[in-house]
Design a protein around this ligand. Structure first.
Ligand SMILES: C[S@@+](CC[C@H](N)C(=O)[O-])C[C@H]1O[C@@H](n2cnc3c(N)ncnc32)[C@H](O)[C@@H]1O
Length: 273
């Protein structure tokens, strides 16, 4: 089997820094919203894919009654280890799983949920086929995805700052992957290729806040696969690149506390009729 693309690798140091800095910065505001969407569908069996360090799982565990089965999966075991170390208010089945080859049978779940994970899947139509396969006939797929880089202002500033250190070959992880999947017609097309049809796609804006400009810089440069891209150019420049990102966040948003726009979309889909 081919090794995972560098954008899919969230290993030990990334998992810890992701959870400590990036989750409160950009993921927490969306997790409650995703959980409310899922709870409104009154499911009995819920699968979460690409659950990461479990921020949406914890939100789901707060709103789903104890008898509802909740299974949370992710490709990268270090992310699940971090999630398990935090724990949940109710039982959750944690399981390592690649969305491209889900270890579940047909019609096993009423809702499949995914928070900011679809952008990472190496072939989204194939991944969506797996989601459709494990989903009950009346089931729903609920996921979210970020808008373009410029509408997510810390990510944009960090990308600009890091570019000053590698001007000839700037790392493109943020525009390429997390902020590279927001075109509604493309999302509809890839869902349709998997036998799914979009019910809705709703824009959701929030604010991203941190005490200092250094926090967003560390969060993105060291707590995401952007770190892999920086270190593959020159591992000794991780600190320098983080400092350049800090300087650009400070230039745009001040010396702290800092506050910026984040924007994503919430999508719901069902099996095509
Ligand atoms: C931006 S994180 C989102 C994590 C979490 N849902 C959250 O809201 O914090 C993307 C996640 O996708 C996972 N991932 C990437 N490729 C995957 C795949 N093929 N199958 C399952 N998970 C995958 C990564 O391990 C990572 O945890």
């Amino acid at each position: 089997m081919a090794p995972p693309h560098v954008d899919m690798i969230f290993d030990g140091p990334v998992a810890e820094l992701y959870d400590r800095h990036l989750v409160p910065l950009i993921f927490e505001p969306y997790a409650d919203n995703l959980a409310d969407h899922v709870a409104a569908l009154t499911p009995e069996r819920v699968l979460e894919v690409a659950a990461g360090t479990g921020v949406a799982t914890r939100a789901l565990s707060r709103v789903l009654a104890d008898h509802i089965e909740l299974t949370a999966t992710d490709l990268n075991q270090p992310m699940l280890d971090q999630a398990a170390s935090i724990g949940t208010e109710r039982p959750v089945v944690w399981r390592q799983a690649d969305v491209m080859n889900l270890p579940f049978g047909v019609d096993e779940f009423d809702v499949v949920a995914c928070q900011f994970g679809v952008m990472f899947f190496p072939d989204r139509a194939d991944a969506y086929r797996e989601v459709a396969r494990v989903m009950a006939p009346e089931g729903r797929f609920v996921f979210n995805t970020w808008d373009r880089l410029e509408a997510n202002e810390f990510a944009d500033a960090v990308t600009a700052g890091v570019t000053t250190i590698f001007p000839a070959d700037p790392p493109q992880f943020l525009p390429r992957t997390p902020h590279g999947y927001h075109d509604e017609s493309l999302i509809r097309k890839e869902l349709a290729e998997a036998g799914l049809e979009m019910d809705s796609m709703t824009m959701l804006e929030a604010r991203s806040r941190a005490e200092t400009p250094e926090i967003p810089a560390i969060a993105y440069c060291q707590g995401t696969p952007l770190r892999n891209e920086i270190e593959s150019r020159d591992a000794d420049l991780l600190g320098t690149a983080t400092a350049a990102a800090t300087a650009e966040v400070q230039r745009r948003f001040g010396s702290g506390p800092v506050d910026s726009l984040i924007r994503g979309f919430v999508v719901t889909a069902r099996l095509a009729r």
